[in-house]
Design a protein around this ligand. Structure first.
Ligand code: CA
Length: 224
């Protein structure tokens, strides 16, 4: 999943980037409001971690602008101000959560997971797709109690498709959200097909997966 960190305090932004990269997020960083706005409007992010005190603008204005232009990213407002009014204003403008500085990176991560659960109507960090149980915290997939050995990318693919089940995800969408890059080239976009093929092979060794559909010329869908 893609995260944009908009934070001018470089040491904090660097810490978040390192930590979240370790948690398998693709991180992008902006150090001011202008560059943050450009990125939010150009790229597709799952999360935006937004500092309010930016050198060139109030973070709340960036949030307002992004929402007005239809950004669907989950925004978490990070602020040292800790003012109740800021919090209310941020939530009113469409922030998904608010975390006062200083915060622990583990807390930030658990709030991100809580937002994902809320957004996708999950009650816990475990999702079930037919005979398969996906544990989001531990990044494992089990079938009838047996753990399936997936690579990082295979897990991300299965997780992302499962979060958006019954929706066709294009190769571009999958590439963007899983690799954090758009691959223009046809040859390179076959890359995703290779990962899907390997994932299917591993899953189908445990149970039937006729719900894992290829939508010809478009992409893939978990149809359940
Ligand atoms: Ca700041």
């Amino acid at each position: 999943m893609n995260v944009l960190i908009v934070e001018d305090e470089r040491s904090l932004s660097h810490e978040m980037e390192i930590y979240l990269t370790r948690q398998n997020f693709n991180c992008d960083v902006a150090f001011n409001g202008k560059s943050g706005t450009d990125k939010v409007l150009t790229n597709s992010y799952d999360f935006v971690l937004l500092d309010l005190g930016l050198p060139d603008m109030d973070g709340l204005d960036l949030l307002k602008d992004a929402r007005k232009k239809g950004s669907e990213a989950a925004f978490i407002v990070l602020t040292a101000r800790g003012e109740v009014e800021d919090k209310i204003k941020g939530l009113d403008l469409g922030a998904d959560d608010y975390i006062p500085k200083p915060f622990s990176l583990a807390e930030l991560h658990s709030r991100m997971q809580a937002i994902l659960r809320r957004k996708h109507g999950l009650k816990s960090n475990t999702m079930t797709v037919a005979d398969f149980d996906i544990d989001i915290s531990n990044r494992t997939v089990q079938c009838k109690g047996q753990t399936i050995n997936l690579t990082k990318k295979e897990f991300d693919l299965f997780h992302y498709l499962s979060l958006h089940k019954n929706r066709v995800l294009t190769r571009t969408q999958l590439t963007e959200h899983i690799w954090g890059d758009v691959l223009e080239d046809d040859y390179e976009s076959n890359y995703i097909d290779v990962h899907v093929k390997n994932l299917r092979k591993k899953l189908s060794a445990h149970a039937p997966i006729d719900w894992f559909e290829t939508v010809r010329g478009v992409g893939y869908r978990i149809n359940i």
